[in-house]
Unconditional design. Structure first.
Length: 301
């Protein structure tokens, strides 16, 4: 993904959303030709020259100091994720020869699968930054069975199951995710954040191209240049076997594998969701037995 275009469109989109009043500046009448702040106003607020900021917004962040980036971030009122995105874009703005793709992991070490399997009362799974599902415990496989069974998003011989592909390309996602609109918005924003960190990941470029080609909704979200961390919160899922589940989630970086995330879902005690997870565990066990019997029957034949 071309760095200069990302920088240009990100800075312009952040500038457009802030009014002079929000920035504490006089509006100088109502006939403004630009939406949001003017470039010279951002430069004033950031403490840089107009020419320097114009160069930045044209896509040139090479050599920008930490102080300059902080000044621009403050002027544009960037949140934590947006600040990190700006810094990542600056880090990857050097000469082409210094930019190297960092492939996202596609497997996990056996000990990580052992950790997942040791978690028996909560769905737990590992994903990479592209949202490929790399490992799961049995309860997570049961919870995310609609994703794993998806004809467009499930695992194949060539690729892992991918949650964002499911969200945008499988109509079943609108039934599975109760808060579908928020989930779709967040998924694109998380991928955009990763695109800033690792713009030369060929598999990420391929995924974004696939989603952009096949989903108008994704194209709209991608064009917004919004970015978002995915750390904790609530997720409401409508499982085909056990009904609606209102769950807490934590997404944790693995210190030994910084490009991987451990996602863990829990339910508040003594709630319908807690009962639902117990029912899900029973359903998963029954499904496993049925699958074993089916394989045994095929072996006999």
């Amino acid at each position: 993904m071309e760095n200069r275009a990302q920088v240009r469109e990100f800075l312009a989109s952040r500038r457009a959303r802030i009014t002079p009043d929000q920035a504490g500046l006089p509006a100088y009448g109502g006939n403004r030709r630009v939406k949001g702040l003017r470039r010279e106003e951002v430069a004033l607020l950031a403490g840089v020259s107009i020419d320097y900021y114009i160069r930045m917004e044209r896509g040139d962040l090479a050599g920008a100091s930490e102080a300059v980036l902080d000044g621009v971030a403050n002027a544009l009122q960037l949140d934590e994720a947006e600040r990190e995105h700006l810094q990542a874009l600056a880090r990857t703005a050097g000469p082409t020869a210094t930019r190297r793709a960092r492939p996202s992991p596609t497997t996990v070490r056996p000990v990580i699968q052992q950790v997942l399997d040791a978690i028996t009362e909560a769905p737990a799974w590992i994903r990479n930054a592209r949202h490929d599902i790399l490992a799961m415990n049995p309860l997570a496989r049961a919870l995310y069975s609609p994703v794993l069974d998806s004809a467009v998003a499930g695992a194949t011989a060539k690729r892992a199951a991918n949650t964002t592909r499911f969200i945008y390309l499988d109509p079943a996602a609108r039934e599975f995710f109760v808060d579908y609109d928020r989930i779709a918005t967040d998924a694109a924003a998380m991928l955009r954040l990763e695109a800033g960190r690792n713009p030369h990941d060929k598999d990420l470029i391929t995924l974004v191209g696939e989603l952009s080609t096949q989903s108008e909704l994704f194209r709209q979200h991608w064009a917004s240049h919004n970015v978002k961390f995915h750390r904790s919160g609530r997720k409401r899922l409508r499982h085909p076997a056990v009904g609606e589940l209102d769950l807490n989630f934590e997404a944790m970086e693995l210190p030994s594998e910084p490009d991987l995330r451990l996602n863990l879902y829990t339910a508040d005690p003594d709630t319908p969701a807690a009962d639902g997870l117990k029912l899900l565990a029973s359903w998963a066990a029954t499904r496993a037995v049925d699958n074993t019997n089916t394989r045994d029957a095929h072996d006999v034949r």
